[in-house]
Write a new protein. Sequence first.
Length: 158
Amino acid sequence: MNNVRDLTQLAKAVEAMFEAYGFVGDCCRSRKGVPMNLQLTNEEKQTLRNALDLWGIDNQLNMMVEECAELIKEIMKIRRTGMGNNESIQDELADVFIVWSQLFTLFNYDNKVQNRIDFKFNRLKEKVEQSVDIHDAEIRIFKDLQDKMNKTLRDTRE
């Protein structure tokens, strides 16, 4: 299974889920379509609080684990078979998003989590840049070695 294809499929599913929930355009699109600082309406926030009041924190924490597990299961299907049900992934992403939003509402983490997201994105960017530099250096070394081997072969034939 090609990891790039896996990630591309997952990215498309995430984008579709955010589009389905209206998280595109000016309200919160940044970082190439990944919604940050999600802006829920007051009615949506109240619904999340009502769900927490109705079912309790422990049940909603368990629900988060369950919804993440269901999303993982769908992702594993893609990795195992090379195919996945886009609608199933979108449904699971939507479920995770809703419960995830409840946790943000419950713990009032918006700014703290955003700071951690920024930190982790910057760290990821640095790792990617370092890996690309290392990869480029490895390719140059390999090409130099290949050129030297080819030259040696030509010299021995002459």
